[in-house]
Design a protein around this ligand. Structure first.
Ligand SMILES: Nc1ncnc2c1ncn2[C@@H]1O[C@H](COP(=O)(O)OP(=O)(O)OP(=O)(O)O)[C@@H](O)[C@H]1O
Ligand SMILES: [Mg+2]
Length: 316
């Protein structure tokens, strides 16, 4: 299945493993890793070992942009990029003790209206050849609500026959999340913090998470997946609601777990399995990422083991 993985606000991910890290002082990294960052690229990276055919898209600029495009290609990820003036940003991920990560994101590119129009035209064309779309991460600064609505519509196949439209999963936060929820036909992936900020609720338990997912679904989207880190995830759909929880494991680096979760979800749903089985695959993929240093899925043996160890139950 061809899946378009869109990152509107691409970043270069520099991951530094710094034992004992805390603020202040001079630190020596035990390990340094650079990856073509951007959450859509993470989704694409996880889709490949699941047997899918991802295509990365996003807005790139300058030397940083070329680094991202080259690194994606070197990883074997297909990419069709929209190039603009400026310089692609860098995200710093510092992995300290017990896999706790500190993330610092640079601000994104300042886009012109013409840049954004060109990006939307590119997405409309690329999505035409795909069975599903993921739109992941923040938007570049200054992009309006209306522009996000246009992006979702272009990704879904606006103006096409209903049977030629495709699912569009949106994984974002803040105002962009509120806009996506109000925009048909977006499906929504959020984590507990993002949902808590949106609703003004405390989301600590799977019961809270399910209530939140149902409330978000009530506001428009057909399907809402809400992830809870090591406490698993819930999904609310028109076919029912489920909760999945992974086996207890030592997490090494959970950054990108939500992206791997989304890859599993899109892969499962695209293959036509039940929401329950898609949620099991998604949760296993998220946990598989958390137990590895680098962003991506673990080897197939570990993933199979995680699938067996992930429990799912339907919630009435
Ligand atoms: N510490 C952990 N132990 C086990 N599984 C985890 C852990 N952290 C994440 N996961 C798995 O990954 C899934 C997604 O995690 P999480 O809720 O952290 O996503 P996220 O906050 O959107 O991540 P990101 O935005 O960094 O990609 C969870 O539902 C769970 O299956
Ligand atoms: Mg996330």
């Amino acid at each position: 299945m061809k899946v378009l993985c869109v990152t509107p606000n691409v970043a270069i991910d520099r991951t530094l493993t710094v034992p004992g890290f805390r603020e202040g002082g001079v630190w020596r990294a035990a390990h340094a890793h650079i990856a073509c960052g951007g959450k859509g690229i993470n989704v694409a990276r996880a889709l490949k070992p699941l047997g899918q055919d991802p295509l990365c898209a996003g807005i790139l600029a300058g030397h940083g942009g070329r680094l991202v495009a080259d690194a994606a290609a070197a990883e074997g990820l297909a990419g069709r990029w929209t190039w603009v003036a400026g310089e692609t940003r860098t995200s710093f991920i510092i992995v300290g003790e017990h896999g706790r990560a500190t993330v610092v994101n640079e601000p994104g590119l300042a886009l012109t209206d013409a840049d954004w129009r060109r990006f939307i035209a590119d997405i409309r064309q690329l999505a035409g050849g795909c069975a599903a779309v993921a739109i992941s991460g923040s938007l570049p600064p200054g992009v309006s609500d209306g522009a996000l609505r246009e992006l979702i519509a272009a990704a879904a196949g606006d103006g096409q026959h209903a049977d030629e439209r495709r699912p569009v999963w949106v994984d974002t936060s803040g105002e962009a999340l509120a806009t996506a929820i109000a925009t048909r036909p977006a499906d929504i992936k959020v984590n507990a913090d993002e949902a808590a900020a949106l609703l003004g609720w405390k989301i600590a338990t799977p019961t809270d998470a399910l209530q939140a997912a149902r409330e978000i679904r009530r506001r428009g989207p057909a399907r809402v997946a809400l992830t809870l880190g090591d406490r698993g995830a819930v999904i609310a759909t028109d076919r029912g609601d489920w909760h999945a929880w992974p086996p207890r494991l030592h997490a090494v680096n959970p950054v990108g777990s939500g992206d791997c979760f989304l890859a599993g979800l899109i892969s499962g749903l695209g293959a036509g399995v039940t929401p329950e089985e898609a949620l099991r695959l998604a949760t296993a993929c998220g946990t598989g990422n958390a137990i590895e240093v680098h962003i991506g899925l673990p080897d197939p043996t570990k993933l199979t083991w995680l699938l067996v160890g992930t429990q799912v139950r339907q919630v009435a």
